[in-house]
Structures are given as C-alpha cells and as structure tokens.
Design a protein around this ligand. Structure first.
Ligand SMILES: [Fe+2]
Ligand SMILES: [Fe+2]
Length: 306
C-alpha cells in the first residue's frame, strides 16, 4: 500500500461519508503509549533534581530512550569538548524537565512511527513539527502560568495526530491531498475537507475519542486551528495554535501545509486573545520576544530527538 504511486493524477479518490470514515477508523491501530504514558510518569511528575538517579535507572531500562537521550544531549550541547556518554551526565546537562518530556515523547513517537510506515511522506520532518509544537506550547503556556503537569506538552504533541491516522486509514486520499497541497495554492484543512470529506483536526479528535484518551487531547486535536471555539482548556489549546503557527512561520519541521504562515498571522492569531484578553499589545510583544529565543534553539534540540 504505497500511496504515492497508486493514485491517478486526473481523478482522485471520491470523498467519503461519515459512516465510511467511522468504519475505516475501527481498523486503525491503537496507540498504547498515549494511554499508558500519564500513568507511567505520575511518579516522576513532581520529581526534582534529587531524583535524577532514579530517573537514570528508568531510562537505562529502555535502550531506545537511552540512545535518544544521548543523541539529544550531544546535539544540544554540541560545544562540549568530549561527547556525553553516560545517562547520569545527560540528566545533569538536560535537567529533569527536559528528561521528563523526552520519556513521554519516545513511546508516542515510536507508536506514531509504526502507524506511518504505510505511506511516503517526510515523516521525520513531521515528527519534528509535532515535538517542536509540543515544546513551544509549553513555552507559550508558561507565559500565562506555570504548567501544573505535562498535559499541555502532550496536547501540543498530539495536535496533528489526525494526519497520521489519515495516512494509515485513508492512504489514497492522503496521497492525493498531499499531491495537491504541494502545489501550494490551497490550505491543507480545506483540501482535506474537499478530498476526504473531513479535515485532520476532526479526524484526529474522533480517533482519540474512540480510544478513550483524555478529553484535553481530543479537544486539542479538534480545536487547534480555532481555539476560540473550544469550550474547555481554552488557554492550552490557544497555546497549541500559537505554537503550531510559530513552527510553520519559522519553517522548523514539516507540517504538510505548504501555505506559508506570515509573521502577521502569528501576531494576530486568535489564541492571543484567549491568553491575554485584557492585556496591552506591549505585553504580548514581550511574550513573543521570549518565544523567539526558544525558536532559535529549537532546530538543535529537534535534531537530537528525531
Ligand atoms: Fe493542524
Ligand atoms: Fe500542526
């Protein structure tokens, strides 16, 4: 099932009715990491530096996490004279917060990767888009208040899960959508609605709902392009929207959307209204300056992660 080659260029696949979309979603594999992740990390959630030995022990049991961690620390601290080879050292350099994020990302990305094998697509760039959006979401949320747990990060990470689900369950439609998207004339969500009959935001939300995943994940997928319509978790979803736009504007990673995002669109995103309803434009400008610093470092961080 190699989608790029199986599509006639003249007449693509026909849009599907909701019933058929639901039927095909039933066959889409579950992502076990998403449901177990919150539970598994509960014990570490409020860990401070003194728990780093315990964290190292947990990481050591997971070879894929270990290699990812060492790659990350060596790429973030590329100026170090000698490469970091031990987990303790890596934990020391990166700090507990970044390690916690990494332990959460790894199984989710591996699950995602299993799902995405079906289809030609620049997946590595796409993982960078997802993880980068998660990291920037955390930064945006922190402008308003200290995040109480990691749920904002997860909300950013899964915002575009609908695209992975689409590649798996609707490979022909997915290929046609991305052929047309690469022409750069139409917005991705509009193309998805036209070609499949549903966009990635709604598809991702339905998929996460079916798996009984936390409501925040579902709503983040559904409303990340229009946080002002969400009735719940508005400020987290607003942060996801801003993070997503900033990633696309900075051209970090690959979202699958070829329509460029201007600086102006980042500045006027509806999410800012949700985050700072009464505050002056000058405060928003200060907030944006601190986000720019995060974006500058991001390509190095992502190189080490995926
Ligand atoms: Fe999206
Ligand atoms: Fe996105």
């Amino acid at each position: 099932m190699h989608c790029a080659s199986s599509i006639p260029t003249q007449c693509g696949p026909a849009p599907l009715a909701r019933k058929e979309i639901d039927r095909r979603l039933e066959d889409c594999p579950l992502l076990p990491s998403l449901s177990s992740i919150n539970r598994a990390l509960q014990g570490l959630l409020f860990a401070e530096q003194r728990y780093s030995a315990q964290i190292s022990e947990i990481i050591r049991r997971d070879p894929s996490l270990t290699s990812r961690l060492l790659r990350l620390v060596n790429s973030v601290y590329y100026g170090l004279s000698a490469p970091v080879n031990s987990i303790e050292e890596a934990v020391f350099y990166l700090g507990v917060r970044q390690i916690r994020q990494l332990t959460m990302v790894t199984p989710i990305i591996e699950d995602f990767q299993r799902l995405s094998l079906q289809c030609d697509f620049p997946w590595r760039g796409f993982w960078q888009h997802c993880i980068g959006t998660a990291i920037v979401t955390r930064e945006v949320v922190s402008l308003v208040q200290a995040p109480p747990d990691e749920s904002d990060y997860i909300a950013g990470l899964v915002h575009d899960v609908g695209k992975i689900v689409m590649a798996w369950s609707f490979p022909d439609h997915f290929a046609e959508i991305h052929r047309r998207a690469s022409l750069g004339t139409q917005d991705l969500a509009a193309l998805e609605a036209e070609i499949l009959g549903m966009d990635h935001a709604e598809l991702g939300a339905i998929y996460l709902e079916r798996q009984h995943l936390p409501d925040l994940m579902v709503q983040s997928a559904r409303f990340h392009h229009r946080p002002q319509s969400s009735k719940k978790y508005e400020w987290i979803i607003a942060s996801v929207q801003i993070a997503d736009l900033l990633m696309r504007n900075a051209r970090i990673g690959y979202s699958g959307n070829f329509i460029e995002v201007s600086r102006e669109e980042c500045v006027t995103a509806s999410g800012w209204e949700v985050l700072f309803p009464e505050r002056a434009a000058s405060e928003q400008a200060i907030a944006r300056a601190s986000l720019n610093r995060c974006l500058e470092r991001l390509p190095h961080v992502l190189e080490g992660l995926v």
